[in-house]
Design a protein. Structure first.
Length: 400
């Protein structure tokens, strides 16, 4: 017996039901625009994928002001600065004093849960665990999304526009013909070795630690669970790192700058390679890209999730205009507006990464030069202000 097959229509079909896709669906619903969002992953699988989350104030406001959830205020941790550790000591960048802004430590997993709960609460059409996803007819007036749901029913959904919010391994990205796209990317010769540890916080704010042994980041998750990273080779095998070796390496890196970590049982180990990537433009025909489907950044600048949410805030506005005017011009406007912020974030993320990490072939000169750069940033109000502005999301001009 062949599986059942259904045909339907919606205004916006969204491929990818992570934070970007769900936030877009939520914003569209508030504007009275129906949508369908699908994802290859099951909801439980996405919830169990642990990812850090430093939210800019705009991202916090987007969650709260649009009625997703205020849990970010109740369960998150406000950070008014960060520590840059180098040259034997720590140097605080005071966001509040410099630019009157702060960030919120709130894991991406929780952002997803809040958004998924909000779409379920509001009756949103979100389908997890689908298979055989494909898109077509992108340059016609009725592009199509095809998939098979978890019950084995094949669906063909026609829409006014398709949105590819399907992450860094995007299917939709590759639907743009090679001659109609430009891709920019940079590979990095290092990765992060990330751990989750059952321990109280070692510091009230994040520590970005420069060391001749390599970079380390001391972060948080909760009052009893901590997230920490150290620079490693991308080919590193987590099985080669027992707990005592991990803690010895982390303590050696931060100890060079006068810090000591509170240790505890390590519950998770992973190696996270990263790169910089942008695809331009962020639209083709009636397909638009958002979030990691269009761009990725190194995690050093804490920009990935914030860029995705900034994308869909702009995209919701431009899709509403496109539907009202029955015109494709707003898609180009979306791409231009989003890319302006994307390239600023690419620069900031690259700058933070290159300033703090040790290249495999680094010489003593390179290490000393980095310390000089860090001293220039922390010893200058102008330098510290630039870092604070970029890290917190360019306050004062964010909504321009």
């Amino acid at each position: 017996m062949s599986p059942s097959h259904t045909h339907s229509r919606t205004r916006i079909a969204i491929i990818g039901a992570g934070p970007a896709g769900l936030m877009l669906s939520h914003l569209l619903a508030r504007a009275g625009i129906d949508s369908v969002a699908v994802d290859l992953r099951g909801r439980e699988e996405i919830e169990q994928t642990h990812r850090a989350g430093i939210l800019e104030q705009d991202s916090v406001d987007l969650l709260v002001d649009t009625g997703v959830s205020d849990r970010v205020h109740r369960d998150g941790y406000r950070h008014d600065g960060i520590e840059l550790a180098f040259g034997g000591g720590g140097h605080r960048i005071d966001f509040k004093a410099l630019v009157g802004a702060s960030t919120q430590l709130y894991p991406q997993t929780d952002v997803f849960i809040d958004l998924a709960d909000a779409r379920a609460r509001d009756g949103g059409d979100v389908r997890f665990g689908v298979t055989e996803v494909s898109v077509g007819d992108l340059t016609t007036d009725s592009p199509v999304l095809r998939f098979t749901d978890a019950d084995g029913t094949a669906h063909e959904i026609h829409a006014d526009f398709l949105v590819g919010a399907d992450g860094s391994r995007s299917l939709c990205r590759h639907e743009v013909p090679a001659e109609r796209r430009q891709q920019y990317f940079r590979e990095y010769p290092f990765a992060w070795f990330g751990i989750l540890a059952e321990a109280p916080p070692s510091s009230p704010e994040l520590i970005y630690n420069h060391s001749p042994r390599g970079f380390a980041l001391i972060s948080q998750r909760t009052e009893t669970l901590q997230r920490m990273y150290f620079q490693c080779d991308p080919s590193e095998n987590v099985d080669d790192w027992p707990e005592d070796r991990i803690w010895a390496e982390l303590q050696a890196r931060v100890g060079a700058n006068g810090y000591s970590l509170i240790e505890g049982p390590i519950t998770s180990r992973t190696v996270l390679p990263f790169r910089s990537f942008v695809q331009e433009p962020m639209h083709y025909g009636r397909l638009v890209l958002a979030g990691d489907a269009a761009h990725t950044v190194p995690p050093t600048g804490a920009k990935g999730l914030n860029l995705a949410l900034a994308d869909v805030r702009i995209l919701a506005e431009e899709l509403e205009r496109a539907l009202a005017a029955k015109d494709l011009a707003p898609l180009a406007a979306y791409s231009e507006r989003a890319l302006s912020r994307v390239w600023k974030a690419q620069h900031f993320s690259y700058w933070m990464t290159s300033m703090l990490h040790t290249l495999p072939e680094a010489t003593p000169f390179d290490i000393r030069r980095q310390i000089g750069e860090l001293a220039s940033v922390t010893g200058s109000t102008a330098g510290s202000t630039y870092l604070a502005e970029a890290y917190t999301g360019w306050p004062g001009g964010r909504r321009a």
